[in-house]
Design a protein around this ligand. Structure first.
Ligand code: AMP
Ligand code: MG
Length: 347
């Protein structure tokens, strides 16, 4: 996504969280993991907040180096070793991340599939720059789909890892941001901070409250400027959205975006955006991607598998699908919705 667009998303959240003049929120921002990260801290002195924020920034920059799929680092060397198909010990900086990604992939029936790094690279969506804008070689896509790399192709034994499929290559683009936010929130808590939001390019986790009222979060409209809905959260909640507008190119008027259906090797067809709310940011991140791929026909089944209760999915016909729990929480902006379909309860 373009830097300017990140800033638009960010400003949106600032607007909603920072509009009460009676409370002071400390805010800081920096670039990491290919996105603009903004930290908002409430309820401690500015000096304490600044110290905490500096630590979080350092942590993010370290994670950025370790988890990069295509720049040399712990993840890229793990991918090189995986390709040899012999057991090895990956860098401890990536092992827990890979284990958790693999677990969530299995729960998603492989729709969130962090092992399709080669496919993502073929599409050119593995880079921070805007996508190349040309379609990949169809035969190469088909060949990779046939090799079907997935979580089940990797075995973890203690701290050892082995792949049984030469096509496996990890890309954690759909999950690392969530995992990083969880780590940062843990660190904030250890520093005694009880009220905060960490927002990475519009995806965020909040803890505590904003003064004596909840945090108010805006969900951006997938096709227009401004917000589509807002939601109030307090306590601990992560709000993650996967959308076809984040990274895409067009060929002959057709949009090719960055969320790939591992079953076809092509961008998932029926979804425009999915918003998931869940305690844990890593789970919310993986689930938003999985439910995007699942689309209007399969999202309920996959959400149940992944223990997700709060979901809103907008399909390519403009229909809003949501769980009853989401319907009772979300404030939709007037005039922005067409048909709303509420599912059976997810649990
Ligand atoms: P997100 O915005 O969280 O949905 O993540 C999208 C990013 O995850 C893409 O840019 C790819 O790097 C990667 N990705 C795309 N499709 C999938 C998928 N089906 N499973 C896992 N990762 C994916
Ligand atoms: Mg995701």
């Amino acid at each position: 996504m373009h830097r300017s667009r990140f800033q638009a998303v960010l400003l949106l959240v600032v607007l909603l969280t920072g509009c009460d003049n009676t409370v002071t929120v400390y805010q800081d921002r920096f670039f990491a993991l290919g996105t603009l990260v903004e930290i908002s801290i409430y309820g401690v002195s500015p000096a304490e907040a600044a110290r905490a924020s500096d630590q979080i920034e350092q942590e993010f920059l370290t994670m950025h180096g370790d988890w990069h799929a295509w720049q040399p680092g712990a993840l890229s060397s793990t991918n090189e070793q995986l390709a040899i198909l012999k057991p090895f010990r990956p860098d401890p900086a990536v092992l827990p991340l890979l284990q958790e990604a693999t677990r969530l992939s299995q729960l998603s029936n492989g729709l969130f599939n962090p092992a399709i790094g080669k496919l993502i690279a073929l599409w050119g969506f593995h880079d921070n720059a805007l996508p190349v804008g040309t379609l990949p070689d169809a035969a190469a896509v088909t060949a990779l789909v046939k090799q079907a790399p997935g979580a089940d192709d990797v075995t973890f034994t203690g701290t050892q890892l082995v792949s049984h499929n030469p096509a496996v290559s990890f890309d954690l683009g759909a999950f690392a941001k969530g995992y990083a936010i969880d780590r940062a929130i843990e660190q904030l808590r250890e520093l005694g901070i009880r009220n905060a939001i960490i927002n990475a390019g519009g995806d965020l986790r909040a803890i505590g409250e904003h003064g004596d009222r909840p945090w108010r979060i805006g969900i951006r409209h997938p096709r227009q400027n401004g917000i589509l809905a807002s939601i109030e959260i307090s306590g601990n909640a992560s709000v993650f959205t996967s959308g076809d507008y984040e990274r895409f190119f067009e060929v002959d008027g057709k949009r090719y975006h960055h969320i790939i259906d591992p079953r076809s090797g092509y961008p998932a067809e029926k979804t425009v955006s999915v918003t998931v709310i869940h305690d844990n940011a890593a789970t919310a991140d993986a689930a938003a991607t999985a439910l995007f791929v699942a689309g209007p026909d399969e999202w309920v089944e996959i959400a149940r598998n992944m223990n997700i209760e709060l979901v809103m999915l907008i399909d390519t016909d403009g229909v809003f699908h949501m769980s009853p729990a989401m319907q009772s929480r979300i404030h939709l902006e007037p005039g922005k919705t067409a048909e709303i379909r509420v599912s059976e309860p997810l649990s």
